[in-house]
Design a protein around this ligand. Sequence first.
Ligand SMILES: [Zn+2]
Length: 299
Amino acid sequence: MSFSSDVKAELLNVNDSARHCKIALLAAFVSFCGCYDGERLVFVSENKRLMEKTADLVNELAALSVNAELYENHYYVKIDSRDKARDLANITLGQGGYDSPAINPLAVSSVCCKRAYIRGCFICSGSVSDPQKQYHLEISNSDYDHADALKALITSFGIDAKIILRKNHYIVYIKEGEQIVDMLNIMSAHKALLDFENLRVVKDLRNNLNRIVNCETANLNKVVSAGVRQAEAIEYIKRTVGLGYLSPALEEMARLRLEYPDISLKELGEKLKPPVGKSGVNHRLKKICAIADSLKGDN
Ligand SMILES: [Zn+2]
């Protein structure tokens, strides 16, 4: 199972206790997989659990006893009673049926109902990428007005949702990890939220580790190359005029550097008697390099 289908499976198991939230959830299902022609209300989806959930909501809200029926790879929930179909259409879509605003304001008047509606939209038409790969959550809409109203609903929770047109569909999407976490929370996908956070932490940790390793390698190269350059300068002095040519302090420094070509300046300073700080060591080594340079210049 993909991360996305795990999230949907979890969301289908969320049970709203209040009637208003059940109406909001069913309203989302009507928008995406319902069809009301003034006579009958029919829901259709390939997702069995979604149609079972739809049947449960319909039965509870309209005192019916319909089932999800399989027909040629699709599951159907049919409300044949004209009165019941109209009542359900009115409370979910609004009094004007499909001519009402894209999202019926009455169905999403409370925060709890907004959350249920967004959850319903995601179950029907959403997807979320595995956070180990990328941060991306989207809900696809065939209708621009619905996409725009859904975006406004999501934005009301402080989430920065955007719309993009892709293959005749208006995609409401979220790109930022933190905001996807907020979105999972709003939809009540609490297990998915924890999984997402864990995977996100692992990913960020891995990125940070890579950064640290790269940084340390770079520093190490710097230490080694400076050490090599200093060792070359000291070898040159030793070969040409002898280390005795240097002042006693510089000579001691030179001998230590040759003995320990790849330790840090700080460690080198600690080996001197008396110990010298990093900048003092750096100063002496620079002097030695300058002396070697001047000797080379003389030749
Ligand atoms: Zn509610």
